[in-house]
Design a protein around this ligand. Structure first.
Ligand code: BG6
Ligand code: BG6
Ligand code: GLC
Ligand code: GLC
Length: 921
C-alpha cells in the first residue's frame, strides 16, 4: 500500500507529457524488436511441436490439418450455400462461382442474422437449431428452392480436428462461445442433424472451413500467391500452406496442405509468461476459458477494450488519471470495447472521441487525461499488432525455409474487425513485419468479401472430388458381387461339373473334367527316388524327390527360366529346352547315368488315356508353342530325349498341377481330396466317384473296379458358354480380347494371377482417360500389358503399407502417382482381387457340396491342398476365399492346407504309386 502511494505521489508531482506517463506505466507492453524476435523464435518452436507426431498431443499450438490441398486455380465453379459462424457476425450466404471468371465472377448474397448471447452458452443443439433455422429463412427470403439439393460450405471459426474436409471434431470452444455438448463431437454431423430437425431442406455439408482458411482462399481467388490467412478480429489465428512431408500426422509426402495453426493458444503452457502483464492475468482470470488462448487474449478484439479499461481503471485508482476519481461505469466489465478503441485512434477526431467516451463513462477528463487514455489505446493495440507480426514472421520464415528460398514473395489474406477498423493497425503491422523479416516480400490483402467466398471455393473443390469419388465408386461397384450372384456362380459351376462328367453331353456348359488316372491318395507306403518336372506355373523346375516312407520326403530342385520366345515358339523348341534343363540338372546332381522314373507335372489340360500319356487339349495361360495341341506330351518329351541322345528316362506319370498339389498335401493329411491352384492360372481337381465318371476310356478293367478317381475339372473354362455374362465387366472383356485364347478360360481370366493385374490395368486406363486418375495422363507404362504382376498387387494391397510406400511401388512400375492416385489404385486392386477370391470360393463351394452329396452326407469334413502365387502372396485372397466357401457351403467344413513343397512332390508320389502298381501287375 505504501509503495502504491509513493508511486502515485511521484507521478502526480511530475508535470510531464501524459504519453510518457503512460509509456512508463505500461512499459511491459512495449516490446522491442529484439523481444519480438524472441517471441517469434518461441512460436516457431511451438509450430514444430504441433507438426510432429511425437509432440502433437502435448503441443499447445495444434497445427491442425485442414484437408485443403491447394489454393484456388480458377477451375472452381458452382452455386453454394455458406454459413459463417464464430466471428463478430453470424452470416448466411449464397455464393455463385463461375469457372475462370476471376474475382469479378463471384456473386454473393448474404444476410446477417442475430446470434442471441444466451445461445452461445446454452445447449449445442439449440445453437445449431438456430443456425439451421436462419438458413431456412435465408432460402425463403432469397427464393432459393427448398426442393433442390444444395452443397454448403461451413465456416466455423473454432479449432476442429479434421480427418476429412467434411468432418471436424470440435477440440474446444474459444472466444465467447461455450455451448454445451459439442466439444469432442463432429460439428458437420451436428449441423446436418440440426438441418434435418429443421426439415424441408436438402443440404449436404461438403466442407468445414476455419475462418483463416476461408480468408486465405477468398484472397487466393484473386491473388495467385496468397498462401497465408490471418484473422485479427474477435479472436486471432493464422493458417498457411505447409509442405505435406512436414505434417507428420497426415499420410503422404508430396504437395502441400493448409495448416490451421490455432495460434491463439500460444502461451497456454507458460511459454509467454515473461511477457504477460497483470492486466492480461486479470483478463484471463475473468474470461470464460481461464488459462486458455493466452496469445489471443493479448491480441484480439474480444479482449482489447477490456484491457484498456483495466489499465485506465488502475491508473485512475493510482491517481494518475481523473484526479484519482473512479466512476461505477469505469468499474464495469465490458464498458470499453474495440469499437471505442477504433474511435479513439481516429486520425483527426481521436481526442474528441476519447473525451466523449470518457464522459459517457461518467468521468470528467482533463485534456491530459484524454491524451493519456488515447495513448493507452495506442500501446494496447500496438502491442497486439507487434505480437501478430512476431507470429507472422515465424510463419513466413518457415515457408521461406521450406521452399529453400533466399527471398520469399508471398501474399497474406487478412480479415477481422481489429485489422479492418483500428485506423493505425494495418500500417503498423505491415511495417513491423517487414522489419522483422526483411527477406520476405509480403503483400497484405484485405479480404473484402469475408471468408465465405473462400469457403465456397473449397466446397467447389470438395464437390468435384465427391463427384470423382462417385464415379470411381460406380466403376468399382461392377466388381462387387452380391450373395445372389455368388450363389448363381456356384450353381453354374455345379452344372459345369455334372455336364462334364457325362460322356455324351456336348452342352457348351460342360467343363472338361479330365480323368487323371489317379485312383487314390498316398497311404504312406510309397518310397523310392524319382525325378520330377514341373512346367506351367510361374517357374519351370526340375526336381529329385527321395521318398523314404513314413512321411519323410527329401527334395532337390533347380528353377529354370523359360524364355517367352520358347513359350511361344515351336513345340520341338519347347521340349528341347526342357530336356536341356533336365540334362543340366542331372549334371548338377551328378547322376547322368541313373535311369530314374520321372513324374511330369504339366499344368495344362490333357486328355489322358493312361497315367503315362496325355494329349494336350489346348494351351492356356501364356503358352502357345506350335504343334503341341492334339499331341501326347509324354511322346513329345520322349522324342526330345531321343533327339538329345544323352540320357534315358522312364516317364511314368503325367500329372496336372492341381493333382500334384492334392497328392502332395494328402501325403500329410488323408482328408485332402481336393487340389486347388490359385496362381498364374486357376484350377481344381477332386476325388470323384468312379460311378459318376462316364468318360472312362483307357481305364483297365482293374481300374474300372476302383471307387474313386481324381478328376481335373479345368474349371478355368467356366463361362465359355456365356453363363458368367452378368458379372463380366467391360474391363474383363478387354482383357479377354487381348489374350491368346479369346473367348476361352473366362473364369480363369476373372480369378488368376496372369489376368488380375491386366484387369486392374484396364480399369486404371479407363479411370485415367476419364480424368479421374493420374491427372488424366495416359503414360507408356499404363499402356504396357503385364506390368501388374501378382507380386505387386499383393504388395499394394498389404494392410501395413503406408501410402507413400504404395506410391513408391507404383513409381517403380513407372506410374507417377499422387497420394490420392495411390488410394484409388489400391482400391481398384482390392476390388479386382476380392472378386477373384469370392469367385474361387463360389466354385469351391460347388465342388465340396458335390463331394458331400456324392457320399450322401449331411456334413462333410474335407481338406483342400492349395498352391499358387496368388494364394501364397496375396494378403487377403485366402481369407476371402475361405469366408465365401463357409457362407456358400455351410454343410461342409473345409480346411485349406498350403502345399509347402509344390506339386513336384505330388508328381513323384504318383510316380511311386504307378511304379508300384506296374510292379504289382
Ligand atoms: C469475417 C469472416 O469477415 O471476419 C469471418 O467472414 C471471420 O469468417 C471474421 O470470423 C473475423 O472477424 P471478426 O472481427 O468478425 O471476428
Ligand atoms: C507351384 C507348383 O508351387 O505352384 C506348380 O509346383 C504350380 O505345379 C504352381 O503350377 C502354381 O502357381 P503359380 O503361381 O506358379 O502359377
Ligand atoms: C479463435 C478460434 C480460431 C479462429 C479465430 C479467429 O482463435 O479458435 O479457430 O480462427 O478465433 O476467428
Ligand atoms: C490353367 C491350366 C490348368 C492348370 C491351371 C493352374 O488353368 O489349364 O491345367 O491347372 O492353369 O496352373
Amino acid at each position: 500500500m505504501f509503495a502504491v502511494h509513493l508511486l502515485s505521489f511521484y507521478f502526480s508531482k511530475l508535470q510531464e507529457d501524459p504519453t510518457k506517463k503512460v509509456d512508463r506505466f505500461l512499459y511491459s507492453m512495449r516490446l522491442s524488436d529484439e523481444q519480438l524476435m524472441d517471441i517469434s523464435t518461441r512460436f516457431s518452436g511451438e509450430m514444430k511441436k504441433g507438426l510432429s507426431v511425437e509432440t502433437n498431443s502435448t503441443a499447445t499450438v495444434k497445427m491442425l490439418q485442414t484437408h485443403v490441398r491447394s489454393t484456388p486455380d480458377g477451375s472452381e465453379k458452382g452455386e453454394f450455400l455458406a454459413l459463417d459462424l464464430g466471428g463478430s457476425r453470424f452470416k448466411v450466404l449464397q455464393v455463385k462461382v463461375r469457372e475462370d471468371a476471376g474475382g469479378g465472377g463471384v456473386e454473393m448474397e448474404e444476410q446477417i442474422f442475430p446470434m442471441p448471447k444466451e445461445l452461445l452458452n446454452g445447449k449445442g443443439t439449440e445453437l445449431f437449431d438456430h443456425v439451421s433455422e436462419c438458413l431456412k429463412d435465408f432460402l425463403h427470403q432469397k427464393n432459393i428452392s427448398l426442393e433442390d439439393k444444395h452443397a454448403l460450405g461451413f465456416t466455423f471459426s473454432f479449432p476442429c480436428q479434421q480427418s476429412a474436409l467434411d468432418q471436424g471434431v470440435l477440440l474446444n470452444w474459444s472466444k465467447d462461445y461455450r455451448a454445451r455438448g459439442l466439444q469432442g463431437k463432429d460439428v458437420v454431423q451436428a449441423l446436418t442433424e440440426a438441418i434435418s430437425r429443421t426439415g424441408d431442406m436438402d443440404i449436404e455439408v461438403l466442407a468445414l472451413v476455419n475462418d483463416t482458411v476461408g480468408t486465405m482462399m477468398t484472397c487466393g481467388f484473386d491473388e495467385k500467391h496468397c498462401e497465408v490467412g490471418l484473422i485479427i478480429g474477435t479472436g486471432t489465428n493464422a493458417c498457411y500452406m505447409e509442405e505435406l512431408r512436414h505434417i507428420e500426422l497426415v499420410e503422404g509426402d508430396e504437395g502441400r496442405m493448409c495448416v490451421n495453426t490455432e495460434w491463439g493458444a500460444f502461451g497456454d503452457d507458460g511459454a509467454l509468461n515473461d511477457y504477460i502483464t497483470e492486466f492480461d492475468r486479470e483478463i484471463d482470470a475473468a474470461s470464460r476459458n481461464p488459462g486458455k488462448q493466452l496469445f489471443e487474449k493479448l491480441v484480439s478484439g474480444l479482449y482489447m477494450g477490456e484491457l484498456v479499461r483495466l489499465v485506465v481503471l488502475k491508473m485512475a485508482k493510482l491517481g494518475l488519471l481523473f484526479d484519482g476519481y473512479v466512476s461505477d461505469a469505469l468499474r464495469t466489465k465490458g464498458k470499453i470495447t474495440n469499437t471505442h478503441i477504433a474511435a479513439v485512434e481516429q486520425y483527426k477526431d481521436g481526442l474528441r472521441n476519447t473525451r466523449d467516451i470518457l464522459l459517457d463513462l461518467d468521468l470528467t477528463p482533463s485534456s491530459d487525461d484524454c491524451v493519456a487514455v488515447q495513448h493507452v489505446c495506442t500501446v494496447v493495440s500496438f502491442r497486439s499488432s507487434n505480437l501478430v507480426a512476431a507470429g507472422l514472421a515465424a510463419i513466413l520464415t518457415r515457408v521461406r525455409q521450406n521452399r529453400k528460398l533466399k527471398t520469399l514473395r508471398i501474399t497474406v489474406g487478412v480479415d477481422g474487425t481489429v485489422y479492418r477498423t483500428l485506423p493505425q493497425y494495418a500500417k503498423r503491422l505491415h511495417k513491423v513485419v517487414r522489419r522483422l523479416v526483411p527477406d520476405c516480400h509480403v503483400r497484405f490483402v484485405l479480404s473484402e468479401s469475408g471468408s465465405s467466398k473462400g469457403a465456397a471455393v473449397v466446397t467447389a473443390v470438395a464437390q468435384r472430388l465427391a463427384s470423382q469419388r462417385q464415379q470411381v465408386d460406380k466403376t468399382l461397384s461392377s466388381f462387387k458381387l452380391s450373395p445372389e450372384q455368388l450363389g448363381l456362380v456356384k450353381a453354374s459351376m455345379r452344372v459345369g461339373l455334372e455336364a462334364g462328367l457325362k460322356s455324351n453331353d456336348p452342352s457348351p456348359s460342360a467343363l472338361k473334367m479330365l480323368p487323371s488316372f489317379v485312383f487314390r491318395t498316398p497311404d504312406g507306403t510309397e518310397h523310392g527316388k524319382y525325378l520330377a518336372l514341373d512346367l506351367g506355373g510361374t517357374n519351370f523346375r526340375v526336381l529329385l524327390v527321395k521318398i523314404r516312407g513314413s512321411g519323410s520326403v527329401q527334395l532337390y530342385n533347380k528353377i529354370y527360366p523359360i524364355p517367352l520366345e520358347i513359350m511361344q515358339g515351336t513345340g520341338e523348341e519347347l521340349f528341347d529346352h526342357i530336356v536341356q534343363c533336365i540334362s543340366d540338372f542331372l549334371d548338377y546332381m551328378g547322376m547322368k547315368n541313373a535311369r530314374l522314373p520321372l513324374g511330369f507335372t504339366f499344368s495344362f489340360p490333357c486328355q489322358q488315356q493312361a497315367i503315362d500319356s496325355g494329349t494336350l487339349v489346348s494351351w492356356t495361360k501364356g503358352f502357345k508353342a506350335t504343334d503341341c495341341e492334339g499331341h501326347d506330351v509324354v511322346d513329345m518329351l520322349r522324342d526330345a530325349i531321343k533327339r538329345r541322345n544323352e540320357f534315358d528316362l522312364d516317364i511314368v506319370a503325367v500329372v496336372n498341377d492341381t493333382v500334384g498339389t492334392m497328392m502332395s498335401c494328402a501325403y500329410e493329411d488323408p482328408q485332402c481330396e481336393i487340389g486347388l491352384i490359385a496362381g498364374t492360372g486357376s484350377n481344381v481337381c477332386y476325388m470323384e466317384e468312379l460311378r459318376n465318371i462316364e468318360k472312362k476310356e483307357g481305364c483297365t478293367e482293374g481300374e474300372k473296379g476302383k471307387q474313386r478317381m481324381c478328376v481335373n475339372t479345368e474349371w478355368g473354362s467356366l463361362g465359355e458358354d456365356g453363363c458368367l455374362g452378368d458379372i463380366i465387366t467391360q474391363y474383363d472383356s478387354q482383357v479377354d480380347q487381348q489374350s491368346f485364347n479369346h473367348g476361352k478360360q473366362r473364369f480363369e481370366k476373372l480369378t488368376s494371377g496372369l489376368y488380375l493385374g491386366e484387369v486392374v490395368r484396364q480399369v486404371l486406363l479407363d479411370l485415367t482417360r476419364r480424368g479421374l486418375l493420374f491427372r488424366g495422363h495416359v503414360t507408356e507404362p499404363l499402356k504396357t500389358p503385364g506390368i501388374f504382376h501378382t507380386k505387386y498387387l499383393s504388395q499394394i494391397e498389404s494392410d501395413h503399407l503406408a501410402l507413400h510406400q504404395v506410391r513408391s511401388i507404383l513409381q517403380k512400375l513407372g506410374l507417377d502417382s499422387t497420394c490420392d492416385d495411390s488410394i484409388i489404385v489400391k482400391e481398384v486392386c482390392g476390388a479386382v482381387s476380392r472378386r477373384a477370391a469370392q469367385l474361387c470360393g463360389a466354385g469351391m463351394a460347388a465342388v465340396v457340396d458335390k463331394i458331400r452329396e456324392n457320399r450322401s452326407l449331411d456334413h462333410l469334413d474335407v481338406t483342400v491342398g492349395v498352391d499358387g502365387t496368388l494364394y501364397k502372396l496375396h494378403p487377403h485372397f485366402s481369407r476371402v476365399l475361405q469366408e465365401t466357401v463357409r457362407t456358400l457351403a455351410p454343410q461342409c467344413h473345409v480346411t485349406f492346407v498350403l502345399s509347402e513343397e509344390g506339386s513336384g512332390k505330388g508328381a513323384a508320389l504318383i510316380t511311386a504309386v504307378a511304379t508300384q502298381e506296374q510292379l504289382d501287375m
